[in-house]
Design a protein around this ligand. Structure first.
Ligand SMILES: [Zn+2]
Length: 461
């Protein structure tokens, strides 16, 4: 009954407005007001501590080097030197947070021996450390959102297993973000599962994240979003912009099949990978929570000549983005600590802006908490294309916790969603807009106003 009423209203709207450009319709439906802030999430963001992040980064630096090829024997771990000591400290830190929340985190390791390769001279044990905050909803715990940083470091020489490699920014900062998100979010409960991950092997060739993402794929994990933080230290160079954090995302998905690539070409889907929906979601969440660090969405897989752990997740077909500070100082990355011609080289804590890292952690925590609170995205979203017509009809499958749905759209040339039309608790909607002129998506909304990731429809003939 309700369904047909909604359809009728939309049809009436369509009849009224067919001769009017859609932007007029849109005046009332503008993405304003923004999705509401959840007071529980607002409180968690206030709990993020720059001092704790500083302490985490300084502790990571104290291990002298965290090169993946560095020491991990019991004596070195005891002496607090090398990647093994870093690994054990991260594990203990997650366990401490878990203790504080009555054992709410499952602290785990993913260890494997990597075979020799370009940057790995001999078989090497690599260990990812992670903590799982299991979802509380019987329908949702299989849904996973994940945050990651790499805890390995390097200096000028990727094979220097004993030289100093502080890695304060790259990627002590990202590791600290993952830890701090675990600390503040483990005090809350969410319907979906959150994983706080720290990986090794990044500097040797993304080995740790590649293993983890493949394991997830092989075991059928439903990872909805992976947030990779790599170089989010806000290096204190004079031209830094500490109000901005870049968010990189893939365009045509690395895992797209030939058929999918053909569809993307035909229909203009180059800007609508699931990873780009995630990037847009992060930008929207940042506006909802008025975070001090604002995402600068970059429609690019990663920076020129560079890669990162989000790519490992993209390769397995998961949505993943990379957070990186606005302006990198290459004298403070992958460099032996030294002073030459008055220039200081090396990735030292004193170049890191801990307040900035905390602000980036808040953007991450807001996105993780929003996604983990939201219903699953609607499944099988389709755009009817059986006949030539100027209206657009969308259909989808109900999401288990979805109380209602919104149809989003934007100009094909616009970077972000421009309009949202609430359509109620239905599984289809007809809008008086030509599908040829806009890009549509549908998202699920729960009773408290948490929004799922939007899903761009596939055409149905
Ligand atoms: Zn890095």
């Amino acid at each position: 009954m309700f369904h047909s009423r909604i359809c009728l209203i939309l049809a009436l709207l369509a009849a009224l407005l067919t001769s009017v450009p859609y932007r007029t319709v849109a005046q009332a439906d503008r993405l304003e007001p923004r999705p509401p802030a959840d007071p529980q999430i607002t409180a968690a963001l206030a709990d993020v501590s720059a001092q704790r992040i500083q302490a985490s980064i300084e502790k990571l630096v104290s291990f002298q080097t965290r090169l993946t090829l560095s020491a991990q024997d019991p004596d070195s771990i005891k002496a607090g030197h090398g990647i093994g000591a870093a690994r054990e400290w991260i594990k203990a830190e997650f366990e401490r947070y878990s203790h504080d929340c009555g054992g709410c985190l499952e602290v785990k390791t993913d260890s494997f021996t990597e075979n020799p390769g370009d940057r790995i001279p001999k078989p090497t044990l690599i260990t990812n450390v992670y903590a799982v905050l299991r979802g509380t909803d019987p329908e949702s715990p299989k849904r996973i959102v994940l945050v990651t940083g790499h805890y390995d470091s390097r200096n000028s020489d990727t094979f220097d297993a004993s030289g100093i490699a502080p890695g304060a920014n790259d990627d002590g900062s990202g590791t600290a973000v993952s830890l701090e998100c675990a600390r503040v979010l483990s005090k809350l409960k969410f319907p979906a599962t959150i994983i706080f991950l720290t990986v090794a092997g990044e500097e040797q060739g993304l080995n740790g994240s590649a293993h983890f993402a493949k394991m997830a794929k092989d075991q059928g994990w439903d990872i909805e979003a992976a947030l990779n933080n790599d170089i989010v230290g806000g290096d204190r160079s004079p031209r830094q912009n500490s109000e901005i954090v870049r968010v990189f995302s893939e365009g045509v998905p690395l895992a797209a099949t030939d058929t999918e690539v053909r569809r993307i070409r035909n229909l203009g889907g180059e800007n609508d990978s699931a990873s780009r929906q995630l990037a847009r979601y992060i930008a929207e969440v940042s506006r909802t929570y008025k975070t001090a660090a604002r995402p600068l969405i970059v429609f690019r897989l990663d920076r020129y000549l560079r890669g990162g752990d989000h790519i490992s997740f993209n390769e397995q077909g998961y949505s993943a983005v990379r957070f990186t500070e606005y302006r990198e100082d290459y004298n403070h990355q992958h460099q032996n600590v030294r002073t030459e011609n008055g220039i200081e080289y090396g990735d030292l804590p004193r170049f890191v802006n801990f307040d900035y890292v905390a602000n980036v952690a808040r953007v991450n925590a807001a996105a993780l908490a929003s996604l983990a609170s939201a219903p699953a995205p609607p499944a099988k979203v389709r755009l009817q294309t059986k006949q030539l017509e100027n209206d657009s009809t969308l259909t989808w499958e109900a999401s288990p916790r979805g109380a209602s749905y919104e149809v989003l759209w934007r100009d094909t040339a616009s970077p972000e969603w421009e309009h949202a039309q609430p359509v109620g608790n239905v599984t289809h909607a007809t809008l008086p807009l030509s599908k040829d002129n806009v890009i549509f998506a549908v998202r699920a909304v729960d009773g408290a106003g948490h929004r799922s990731l939007p899903v761009v429809p596939q055409p149905e003939r």
